[in-house]
Design a protein around this ligand. Sequence first.
Ligand SMILES: *[C@@H]1O[C@H](CO)[C@@H](O)[C@H](O)[C@H]1NC(C)=O
Ligand SMILES: *[C@@H]1O[C@H](CO)[C@@H](O)[C@H](O)[C@H]1NC(C)=O
Ligand SMILES: *[C@@H]1O[C@H](CO)[C@@H](O)[C@H](O)[C@H]1NC(C)=O
Ligand SMILES: *[C@@H]1O[C@H](CO)[C@@H](O)[C@H](O)[C@H]1NC(C)=O
Ligand SMILES: *[C@@H]1O[C@H](CO)[C@@H](O)[C@H](O)[C@H]1NC(C)=O
Length: 612
Amino acid sequence: MRFIKCVKLLVAVVVSLFILWLANKPRNTHDDSGWDLKNDDVAIPIKFGKNQREYIDSRGIHVVVGRYVGDSLPGPSHPNLTEEVLNQNNFNPIPSQGEWGEPVAILPHEHSKSQSLYRIHRFNLLASDRIPLNRTLPDIRKPQCKALSYNINELPTTSVIIVFHNEAWSTLLRTVHSVINRSPPKLLWEIILVDDASNRTFLKKPLEDHVSVLPTTIIVLRSEKRIGLVRARLMGAREATGDVLTFLDAHCETTDGWLQPLLYRIKTNPNVAVCPIIDIISDDTFALLRSFELHHGGMSWNLHFRWFGASETLMAERRGNMSIPFRTPVMAGGLFAIGRDYFQEIGTYDDQMDIWGGENIEMSLRIWQCGGRVETSPCSHVAHVFRKSSPYTFPGGVNQILYSNLARAALVWMDEWKEFFFKMNPEANRLRDAQSIRSRLSLRSRLKCNDFNWYLKNVWPENFFPGPDRFFGKIIHRATGKCLERPLGGGGVSQPIGRLKLVPCVQQWFDAHLWVATWNSTRKDGRTLPGYLMSDESLCVDHLDGEARAMACSGFSKQLWHHNLRTNAIVHGNSGLCLSISRPPETPGEVSVHSCDGSSEQQWTLQPEKWS
Ligand SMILES: *[C@@H]1O[C@H](CO)[C@@H](O)[C@H](O)[C@H]1NC(C)=O
Ligand SMILES: *[C@@H]1O[C@H](CO)[C@@H](O)[C@H](O)[C@H]1NC(C)=O
Ligand SMILES: *[C@@H]1O[C@H](CO)[C@@H](O)[C@H](O)[C@H]1NC(C)=O
Ligand SMILES: *[C@@H]1O[C@H](CO)[C@@H](O)[C@H](O)[C@H]1NC(C)=O
Ligand SMILES: *[C@@H]1O[C@H](CO)[C@@H](O)[C@H](O)[C@H]1NC(C)=O
């Protein structure tokens, strides 16, 4: 039975795919208060919704690029729910529900109730409340991971720190119970629950009563005032006495063997923050969905966290032994383990960062630049409820907080590249002078950290930021004066990713019109060396069936192009075909690839933009 379920799960994975759900810039400004933990703006749904764009990448992997859909949902988050409804704890487990990570079926007559409750947390609370706190989950580790054994007596202990704000009883306590049930007691020193000013009545005494009888030391810390993720985590960290701090979001479920690989990595390599593979708990059915392991955390030009497909370089690094933790330029931030002493030594968090957003970027750059590593352990799997939108909102508006936080990260860690970020983000630029960063700069100098240039070269060689040896600017079609644009996404309109377009150029910086070309020199015959044409979101110009498409940058030669400065052509390396405007019967305005004929349709100017 269990085997069949595992097989079903695996089949689901094979049929389904690699999915990237790119977080959009949250544009909402609500007046409620709150934060949501990292990952929540990075949902990875298995369904193909309207807002998602999909394509097959060069490895034949089905990639879906979706977007944060916060704006399209009506806010405030739960307009018609009364205090009484919000304070009710309807946890009502049925033993067979959700077993082995199976979906919970909501019967037709329950739909309206489930939809109404959905608005509280932006997940299906009715489904969650039916699943026992100790539900079983399949062991989704790879065979080579299951084969590893650890000497528990030699591993460090951990304090698991879980911050919550008005979390549902069932999701919060399933997180706690899954940690207790799936961690060797010897390694689980304590669980610290940090309540960031919740006011749901069931999270008060009932919570304390419930955890007081559990077989693990559980400490509940409460903040009366809303302090946000960073300061709440710091509050938990100050109290912690285990050797390692393991931070988890409040709606997770750990799976078999999740803890040992994290602790083992820290034991053998103390200067590391190590993340588990984050699997998916459906926000709708609470089914466990296995996520594709071949992706890693990165960021966009806006410094928003992104999942990107693993590059060729990373794949090559991993090929030796797929069970070894791998390099991760940016961590998602919700779930990771770090040595308690190292956490202190490396400067904890920037406690001037409010609510949430950007703290994972700051921490990732800091750890890497100051001599540590951020990694993902493929043998540790923790499932997380990915929501399609945040149930919380930001006091003072999301932009103010998020962009202040991002401005801080850029000012402290990005050196000359910060100008690139600020030029791309006028909102953040307006907030830069208001930041006082002296203590973070002195931390940086005390730790003798490397610069951002070092980070780009060594940690993220496949990055798509501009650089001194790269072209950065617009690609303009000479005859029409129009700009090459990569597909825009989202905006609530279903739009398949892929086709490049020619559109009127705009004066201001617009990321969809800005390109990096990695060719850096010209040969005697007037051709540049081959290079990649990259845009934000790690998209590269690719050639597919006569069409010029934006596809995930793969590092494969298939995506190499060169510019011929004599003919002004942009030539595809493998095929020798030229980038061209569409010809009838193709749709006007789209960009194609045709055999080179020197015509005006194939002549391009690369117009550099100054960025630093
Ligand atoms: C919520 O309340 C408003 C006004 O009080 C009402 O018009 C609306 O229909 C209600 N919505 C739901 C889903 O009950
Ligand atoms: C979960 O806990 C209940 C009692 O609370 C117990 O009867 C049941 O066997 C447990 N299930 C598992 C899978 O451990
Ligand atoms: C909880 O806080 C919200 C606003 O933050 C308030 O509207 C609500 O009345 C409070 N509920 C309780 C039970 O105190
Ligand atoms: C892979 O690395 C692990 C340590 O993480 C080691 O125990 C294992 O033997 C290695 N496997 C192979 C095939 O080298
Ligand atoms: C061009 O790029 C190659 C590969 O990245 C590098 O080895 C070379 O030094 C660069 N040349 C210049 C002039 O920047």
